[in-house]
Design a protein around this ligand. Structure first.
Ligand code: ADP
Ligand code: MG
Length: 499
């Protein structure tokens, strides 16, 4: 009996060993058979993402056309082309103490700056970063949000030192950078069209955000006047112009993407107000919502969009900005794992979680210079729990990073060229030697070196000889200072000083 049992167990063991061997062999065969499939998927993706010069020129032209349409009439284009009411950008003469609030990026910031006029420029500058609790950002009320902001501002104002000077009898003034879609009613008022970027507080939509802030400041016993309401692109443009008079446009490449530029007021048919003295008006394009049949949209982009919080909207942004690049990569890897066994016979379960691959991690993998792609290996292990990636797998990941990021950077460059075309600055004119500077802010541009290099290279390719007169300038957090500067140029005391 005992013997029999042993015999059976030996047979069983042999069968198991045999079975495992067969399975391993099959697996190996499958793997070798599936590399062809991985490569086919890669090639297909690369082709669908391709942005040859001809296509980029079409994208740039489409951007110019949409700009015209959005300026011609309300709702004339996917590009809102919002009138910012900023018609006098900083000159460098601004003087005095001004505050700024920055809400709408990854952090909320309060700041004060002492401006010393043309000679002394920025005399002193202090910033405090405050994180907004999740329960204030979403599901709270207008009162809760604005009380939180006003309280933070009041605490900050209370720490104002002797280096800052407010002339006696004067009210403190503030520039408010509020980076959500706003229908501007004047330089210092505007209603919220909709929340984005994780914010959701129902009773603010449709309200004048400056009015809400003013009420909260009153409740907090704080006497500060909001002199300017802007978004981050307009703030960056103002900050950029202060540093460099050749700045004509600003682009944000961070969590999202957007652009603003200086337009000739008479070229804005939908503008029914008085023509500004300067003859110029800053336009907030809201270019993240740009759409064109020339955009190389893949099935991965379509699926990302359908499953997003704002389907059908912000398609250009979803192909370019920091919130989405890592997620596109995850989607391609997921399909390669499922259909072509990229990581072997299983699909890593972490790979199925949306947004688990963040763009900074993608950048770290893309920038990996080591021979065995160690960083890529570690990221795959730490984030996706793929313990033993082979060099071959890692190389596929890097190639995908390159395809996705190059497409985003090249499409951004085409967008900028679209703006230059609108302004007639994409070609050299006889006798003209004007430099044009684009101020760019956002961590995607600042920290993703390969993205930035690709954008700059593509600008050169697109512009040819004109490239020498176009400069892309990093404007690190220019939007906060920009808002304070706009508060200065829209100060209630400005006319007093001029007379
Ligand atoms: P915001 O756009 O929210 O005002 P930032 O300009 O700081 O803020 O941009 C943050 C975004 O930039 C993040 O969502 C992330 O996608 C991207 N980012 C941050 N660091 C890096 C990095 N090292 N490499 C690539 N992208 C990055
Ligand atoms: Mg920002």
């Amino acid at each position: 009996m005992g013997k029999l049992v042993v015999g059976v167990s030996v047979v069983c063991t042999a069968a198991v060993v045999c079975g495992v061997a067969v399975l391993l062999m099959k697996r190996r065969m499958k793997n070798s058979g599936e590399w062809g499939k991985v490569e086919a998927l890669l090639k297909d993706f690369e082709e669908k993402c391709a942005t040859p010069m001809g296509k980029l020129k079409q994208v740039a032209d489409a951007m110019t056309v949409e700009m015209h349409a959005g300026l011609a009439s309300e709702g004339g284009s996917k590009l809102k082309m919002l009138i910012s009411y900023v018609d006098n950008l900083p000159t460098g003469d601004e003087e005095g103490l001004f505050y700024a609030l920055d809400l709408g990026g990854t952090n909320f910031r309060v700041m004060r700056v002492q401006l010393g006029g043309n000679e002394k420029r920025i005399v002193k500058h202090e910033v405090k970063e405050v994180s907004i609790p999740q329960n204030v950002m979403a599901g709270s009320s207008s009162e809760v949000l604005f009380d939180f902001i006003a309280t933070a501002l009041a605490e900050f104002v209370a720490t104002e030192g002797d280096d800052f000077h407010l002339p006696p009898g004067r009210q403190r003034e503030l520039g408010f950078t509020f980076s959500f879609p706003v229908k501007q009613l004047s330089i210092a008022s505007g209603t919220l069209i909709k929340w984005t970027k994780g914010f959701s507080i129902e009773d603010v939509v449709g309200q004048d955000v400056v009015g809400e802030l003013a009420k909260a400041m009153e409740r907090a016993g704080l006497d500060v006047r909001v002199a300017a309401l802007v978004n981050d692109t307009v703030g960056t443009l103002a900050g950029g112009r202060y540093n460099n008079p050749d700045v004509i446009a600003a682009v944000i490449l961070g969590t999202g993407t957007n652009a603003a530029y200086v337009e000739r007021a008479h070229a804005i048919p939908k503008w029914h107000g008085l023509l500004p003295k300067s003859g110029e008006m800053v336009i907030n394009m809201e270019w993240g919502n740009f759409l064109s049949s020339h955009l190389p949209v893949t099935e991965y982009d379509q699926n990302l969009d359908v499953e997003s919080l704002n389907p059908g909207e912000q398609i250009y942004e979803k192909m370019i900005s920091g919130m989405y690049l890592g997620e596109i990569l995850r989607r391609v890897l997921c399909r390669m794992a499922k259909e072509a066994s990229l990581f072997g016979d299983y699909v890593p379960s972490k790979l199925k979680i949306p947004f688990i691959l963040r763009t900074p991690d993608m950048a770290a993998m893309h920038h990996d210079e080591s021979a065995d792609l160690k960083v890529v290996g570690n990221k795959l292990k730490d984030i996706l729990e793929v313990p033993n990636s082979t060099l071959k797998m890692r190389k596929i990941v890097v190639e995908l990073c390159d395809i996705i990021t190059s497409r985003g950077a090249r499409l951004s460059a085409a967008g900028i060229v679209g703006i230059l075309k609108k302004l007639g600055k994409d070609t050299l004119k006889d006798g003209e030697n004007q430099r044009s500077v684009i101020a760019v802010d956002g961590a995607l541009f600042e920290r993703y070196t390969k993205f930035r290099n690709c954008l700059e290279e593509t600008m050169k390719e697109l512009l040819g000889d004109t490239a020498d007169s176009i400069v892309i300038e990093l404007s690190n957090d220019g939007s906060g200072v920009g808002a304070a500067l706009l508060a200065a140029s829209h100060s209630q005391y400005t006319d007093l000083e001029e007379s």
